[in-house]
Ligand binder design. Structure first.
Ligand SMILES: Nc1nc2c(ncn2[C@@H]2O[C@H](COP(=O)(O)OP(=O)(O)OP(=O)(O)O)[C@@H](O)[C@H]2O)c(=O)[nH]1
Ligand SMILES: [Mg+2]
Length: 442
């Protein structure tokens, strides 16, 4: 029994039209109680023009789209009421539907129902949310591949291969008397793991690249005072967002900005120049700069090309040595010396293309990344890594000659993690977590 839910599917603001979605077992009954036509016997997908009526009073002239389950987005009977784009009208219609027995939908409940009715798997449900939240065309296109089920197709073969061996082991354990069944042994497990692990590694690599396309990267600009970090931020943004002066210690707090670099969103952090200081405010800023180094996906270490490196520069280079970074010499307009390894730019003259190219290259993205379906959210990637770990454990146990039923425990863990990626395992718990991120009406 699925209660009938109602919500506004469009943004609650003045617009040309609004769409109100009603879905659930009684949705045709409930809409018929306030629509000028009876829609209970509608057989096919239909559009009807009519009036929403509240006690003989016309609320609005509307178009009603009728979808019979299971051929609807939610997989159940569903009605979309297209009314005029006033929030007052939309609210009046929703209140009327509530009074006739519907209840307000919670966040993402329509997508959640589509999942529960197996219209889509969890990867596709997540793709809907990704498509809505995509901030670049490239990210949106990747989410469309997942929505079409292309990403799910990557994971289904893993499920099948693990299930093959698991079921062989189980038949062996449960029906030892069947002599014509192949005996499950450690070689089966070892060759399964050797076959699947490289495939998982490739999926993780593609997923991480996909994650970059989807969510962008955090890039911190760090260096000692006055090297031109804020000038570089401004040059990258194409606007003078951060204050620039020739006084060392101008920037005290993190200044943020965002650019789209060939389809990738860079979240830029301009930081306070790192140096030893007594000033309380500036030293808080310096600590924030050090934190930014840890948080960033990529650090641009800015050095002054017109001066020799000093102790401060060397200390900063020491701070970044274990994180992904690009060494960049600024102020080349003041110096022709380019003998050190690194990227040479002039933030002042807007001569920063070499750095943009270096950042893009460092992300390791290829043309195909934008067209390759991938498991590109942290939930999916985390589970994929669990699958790999469990498979490696199964291989280790097999090589240590543990009984096959004990080896199968890790194989089953791997199998369950694969199911969880698709949302087929422990459905209610994961879906609750995921659908809470949707907006109402989706
Ligand atoms: N010649 C030249 N001067 C530059 C360049 N980039 C920045 N400057 C100058 O260097 C001085 C410091 O620039 P900022 O961008 O404020 O330096 P910062 O690294 O943000 O300094 P703090 O905020 O103090 O850490 C300013 O006078 C800039 O005009 C450049 O490429 N060439
Ligand atoms: Mg600055």
């Amino acid at each position: 029994m699925f209660e009938t839910i109602v919500a506004l599917a469009t943004a609650p603001m003045k617009s040309a039209l609004h769409i109100i979605r009603v879905s659930g077992d009684d949705c045709f009954d409930i809409v018929s109680k306030c629509f000028s036509k009876d829609i209970r016997d509608i057989k096919e997908r239909t559009l009807l023009v009519g009036h929403i009526i509240n006690e003989d009073k016309i609320v609005d002239e509307v178009v009603v789209a009728i979808y019979k389950g299971p051929k609807s987005f939610t997989g159940e009977d569903l009605v979309e009421i297209i009314c005029h784009g006033s929030v007052l009208i939309a609210n009046e219609i929703i209140e009327l539907l509530l009074s006739k027995g519907a209840r307000l939908a919670t966040n993402g409940e329509y997508t959640s129902r589509a999942f529960l009715h197996e219209r889509i798997d969890l990867i596709q449900a997540e793709a809907i949310n990704d498509a809505i939240n995509a901030s670049t065309r490239e990210a949106k296109e990747l989410s469309m591949l997942s929505l079409k089920g292309e990403t799910s197709k990557l994971i289904v073969p893993l499920r099948t291969r693990i299930a093959d061996i698991l079921s062989l082991i189980e038949v062996n354990i449960d029906y030892p008397e069947y002599e014509d069944i192949e005996v499950a042994n450690k070689d089966h497990v070892v060759s399964l793991v050797d076959e699947l692990v490289p495939r998982i590694d490739k999926l993780v690599d593609e997923g991480e690249k996909g994650l970059i396309v989807k969510e962008g990267v955090k890039v911190a600009l760090v260096g000692k005072p006055n090297v031109g970090k804020s000038s570089l931020l401004n040059a990258l943004l194409g606007e003078s967002k951060a204050i620039v002066t020739d006084i060392a210690g101008t920037t005290r707090d993190i200044v943020e900005g965002e650019i789209n670099l060939s389809g990738i969103v860079l979240h830029l952090l301009d930081t306070a120049g790192i140096r030893e200081v007594d000033d309380k405010v500036e030293s808080i800023g310096v600590n924030k700069s050090k934190d930014a180094i840890k948080e960033a996906d990529l650090v641009i270490v800015l050095l002054d090309a017109s001066n020799e490196l000093d102790e401060q520069d060397k200390e900063i280079l020491e701070l970044v040595k274990d994180v992904p970074h690009i060494i960049t010499y600024n102020k080349v307009d003041k110096s022709n010396n380019r003998d050190k390894e690194g990227i040479y730019i002039s933030a002042l003259n807007n001569d920063i293309t070499p750095l943009k190219d270096a950042i893009y290259e460092r992300l390791g993205l290829k043309e195909e990344t934008f067209r390759t379906p991938s498991l590109n959210n942290t939930r999916q990637l985390g589970l994929l890594k669990n699958v790999k770990e469990s498979l490696l454990k199964a291989k280790e146990d097999a090589l240590n000659d543990l009984p096959i039923d004990l080896v199968s425990v890790s194989l089953r863990d791997a199998y369950n993690s694969v199911l969880e990626i698709l949302g087929e395992y422990n459905q209610t718990d994961i879906s609750k977590e995921i659908f809470s991120r949707f907006c109402v009406g989706k």
